[in-house]
Design a binder for this molecule. Structure first.
Ligand code: FES
Ligand SMILES: [Fe+2]
Length: 454
């Protein structure tokens, strides 16, 4: 893989550098209705979602850094479909169904690879990187009328943005820019195009995909399910913002205690650990717990030059906090200048009560090769951070040990129980509060698709 010069890669588009994306968005009135809980368990609703949502919405199929060179491809699996996203000789990315038009065999196997042409293993028909037909084996044995059907790999719409590869199975859908409700430049400022995958886990969980999204779109449950976060995350200080077309985000202050914690001054062990992980000496720290977040931001700016980081266009909050951004319908990106967590909540092929938690950790190398990924990134010891090797995806079967850390283990257990409850006859639909406004916002958009309004 070609590595860009790391120092040069931190220089950000100056047009984006003056833009402040931190501001609170105006409120959106999504009403107060209880939505029918069948959405979490019924096969009928799952079928409607397939017909009207997944096959009509723009979906994040992968990251561009996984396919840097012409002929590099990745396979996006969603329910029973497989979509092949291929880097073209002109640098663009084209997508096509991974199915041979002759008799329907899969054309490539595996999740990623690199080829200069695609040869079907069944009867050796060949296709170019753009999916066009190169050769029919024994073509003279086909009636010209059969060949006249013009076989090729069936194209799927594909656009790239901010280092992400989007696909849309609907030929009639509006272009991505009309459907991605985030402000222009919002995703681009993090330069995910210069980040690469250092960890990729796909784990099967026991809940509907929307129960998964719901649990990751609010901090309301932190005090109850993840009490260990109370000393480093200001859960009820979270800012929630809603954007058009079901997109939304939350800004969770990190390095600051929850207002629920009585002692707001003691710099306890977890704050000390956080400081140390960011390169700050906790023993030399003089202030109270209220000062830690600002101290981390200050320290990051001070050492930025030595590491080749350019934080000039980021606010202090962006250096410390979690900007968890929801890309409709099924994605959350935890955005940090040094790296991003791209989480996709993928529907199960057949079971509305299962989903795949698909999480990629993206990392951007520093100029100083001794710079290690901060602990909060959860990158396993010994991981190659240079981008030279793309780690294999770790597949974790249902109930398997995912090694994703304590917080996610807690979520796995929680979601089993929530799924069981949302299926009960006694559950009449969620009663969402304002800390859960992201949930209502994207779920209302899901309904617009399912009801045929989009
Ligand atoms: S199915 Fe692909 S060549 Fe026959
Ligand atoms: Fe959680």
């Amino acid at each position: 893989m070609n590595q860009p010069n790391v120092v040069e890669s931190w220089i950000v588009n100056p047009e984006l550098s003056k833009t402040d994306y931190e501001g609170k968005q105006p409120p959106v009135d999504n009403g107060h209705a209880r939505l029918d809980p069948a959405r979490y368990h019924s096969e009928k609703f799952m079928a409607l979602e397939w017909e009207r949502l997944w096959t009509r919405a723009w979906l994040i199929a992968g990251v561009e850094s996984d396919i840097p060179e012409p002929g590099d491809y990745l396979v996006y699996r969603i329910r029973h479909e497989e979509i092949l996203c291929v880097r073209q000789p002109d640098g663009s990315v084209k997508a096509m169904y991974n199915v041979c038009p002759h008799r329907g065999n899969r054309v490539v196997f595996g999740e990623r690879g690199s080829l200069q042409r695609f040869t079907c293993a069944f009867h050796s028909w060949q296709y170019g990187l753009d999916g066009g037909l190169i050769r029919i084996q024994d073509e003279e044995t086909f009636k010209p009328e059969v060949v006249a059907h013009g076989p090729r790999l069936t194209p799927v719409r594909c656009e790239t943005k901010a280092g992400l590869v989007f696909i849309n199975m609907d030929d009639e859908a509006p272009p991505l820019e009309q459907r991605l409700g985030l402000p222009e430049g919002y995703l681009e400022q993090y330069r995910m195009d210069r980040m690469h995958v250092v960890r990729h886990v796909v784990a099967e969980w026991g809940a509907n995909w929307k129960n998964g999204v719901d649990a990751f779109y609010e901090t309301y449950h932190l005090h109850a399910i993840h009490p260990q976060t109370q000393t480093v995350m200001a859960d009820i200080g979270t800012q929630y913002d809603l954007y058009p077309h079901g997109c939304q985000r939350m800004i969770v202050p990190i390095g600051r205690k929850s207002p629920r914690v009585p002692d707001q001054d003691e710099v306890d062990e977890s704050l000390q650990y956080m400081m140390a992980s960011e390169g700050l000496d906790p023993d030399a720290f003089q202030g109270s717990a209220r000062d830690v977040r600002a101290a981390i931001a200050r320290h990051k700016r001070q050492r930025a030059k030595a590491l080749g980081f350019d934080y000039d266009h980021f606010t202090d909050g962006q250096l410390t906090d979690s900007w968890a951004t929801g890309v409709f319908p099924n994605v959350q990106i935890g955005m940090h200048p040094e790296g991003c967590f791209l989480m996709r909540f993928m529907p199960h092929p057949t079971d509305p009560q299962r989903f795949f938690y698909d999480a990629m950790t993206l990392f951007r190398p520093a100029a100083d090769p001794n710079y290690k990924a901060p602990d909060w990134m959860g990158v396993p010891e010994g991981t190659d951070l240079t981008g030279a090797t793309r780690p294999d995806t770790e597949h974790v079967p249902f109930g398997g040990e995912a090694n994703l850390g304590e917080v996610l283990d807690q979520d796995v257990q929680l979601l089993n129980d929530v799924q069981a409850g949302t299926r009960s006859r006694g559950f009449r639909g969620a009663l969402w509060g304002e800390q859960e406004q992201r949930l209502r916002h994207y779920q209302r958009e899901v309904d617009r698709y399912v009801n045929g309004e989009k």
